[in-house]
Design a protein around this ligand. Structure first.
Ligand SMILES: Cc1ncc(COP(=O)(O)O)c(C=O)c1O
Length: 352
């Protein structure tokens, strides 16, 4: 069978505000201040030790506990590679970040998926399914629902499987960052990225944090230079702008709350989200997405993804003008729908 590939729906040419990919907002403080070093930066293989040390320091770790990767994607892929082999099996939730089942297919790891439509983590079902698994993948805040796992559920999973990969790509937007607890457990590695809160998706800089022996072992899978010298230099510059990053995160968190309120005022319920996006569920999801597209705004639909037939994922733009435009568009889209919206099941009612 041909492995699945990543093929999100294409946005039409008329889109000038793309809110479909959970990218972070634009920063006006990024400049190519490496121009005087450009000759060496492009000629030599990258030395990314400064970036590694800086990120390790940010998390209070030593550089041996961090693996730089080409985005969080590459970190996940290396985790899969490190656990591939005959009879290998992994467990994850459904829905979750779509590259997880795709990578499982690509490396031939059998993936068992446990439903987590939102609300509390389905810990009993997950631990049952994880019996005998080589690795568990947990995304928190989860994409596309925005739900989070609790510390005690994470501990229970770490007791049940030899390796847990916690994908915390959206941790900066959450009330609680699960990274410190995860790293205290001894068999958990954490995927992080500069693509979201730092707004650097185009640079492809991610990293994996964990105990040094696991980092060493997982790092032995894949190529030796996942992050280019230019990416590393610009990433370091962005990490210096702590105030800029902090205010972006605050802006997105407040947009997320305001958007949920707007939706609720329009009679539509959204899932409580801890990411930089909101998942809206509506019987007329296609029509809403179509109206947004007509108004130049791209949102994410999930064709062929079970359980997401009525879902639209919308990235919070992180600036007032675009946010006002999004609110106008969603109001217009809902005003064109003649009958009352379908309410999703209350996440609290989802069986554990
Ligand atoms: C949960 C999650 N993990 C990882 C990634 C990969 O991000 P990147 O490879 O840009 O770091 C994404 C991107 O959308 C994501 O949603």
């Amino acid at each position: 069978m041909t492995p699945r590939t990543y093929a999100p729906p294409r946005l039409g040419a008329r889109i000038d505000l793309d809110l479909s990919k959970n990218e972070g907002p634009r920063s006006d403080r990024i400049s190519l201040n490496v121009i005087d070093r450009i000759d060496d930066l492009v000629r030599r293989y990258p030395d990314t030790s400064d970036l590694r040390s800086r990120l390790a320091g940010m998390h209070g770790l030593s550089p041996d506990q961090i693996l730089l990767t080409a985005g969080g994607d590459d970190a996940l892929f290396r985790c899969f590679l490190s656990r591939s082999g005959s009879g290998a099996f992994a467990v994850a939730t459904r829905p979750t970040f779509e590259m997880i089942p795709i990578y499982a297919d690509q490396v031939g790891v059998r993936l068992v998926e446990v439903g987590w439509p939102g609300g509390p983590f389905p810990i009993r079902a997950f631990v049952d399914a994880a019996r005998g698994a080589d690795v568990a993948f947990v995304v928190s805040p989860n994409n596309p629902t925005g739900s989070v796992i609790t510390e005690s559920d994470l501990r229970s999973i770490a007791e049940a499987v030899p390796l847990v990969v916690l994908d915390a790509a959206y941790a900066e937007f959450a009330d609680v960052d699960p990274t410190p607890v995860a790293l205290s457990l001894g068999n958990v590695v954490v995927v992080r990225t500069l693509s979201k809160a730092y707004g650097l998706a185009g640079l492809r800089v991610g990293y994996l944090l964990g105990p040094d022996d696991l980092i060493d072992e997982i790092g032995s899978h894949g190529g030796p230079y996942p992050v280019s010298a230019l990416s590393a230099a610009i990433a370091l510059q962005r990490l210096d702008d702590r105030e800029g990053v902090r205010s972006t995160i605050m802006e997105i968190r407040s947009e997320r709350a305001a958007f949920a309120e707007t939706l609720s005022g329009l009679g539509v319920r959204s899932r409580p989200s801890q990411g930089n996006f909101v998942l809206v569920e509506h019987a007329d999801a296609d029509q809403i997405a179509e109206t947004c597209a007509e108004l130049g705004i791209g949102v994410r639909r999930f064709p062929g993804r079970p359980g997401l037939e009525q879902a639209i994922r919308i990235t919070m733009p992180g600036n007032a003008a675009d946010f006002a435009r999004l609110e106008r568009a969603i109001t217009t889209a809902l005003s064109r729908i003649p009958h009352p919206p379908t309410r999703p099941a209350d996440p609290e009612e989802v069986p554990r």
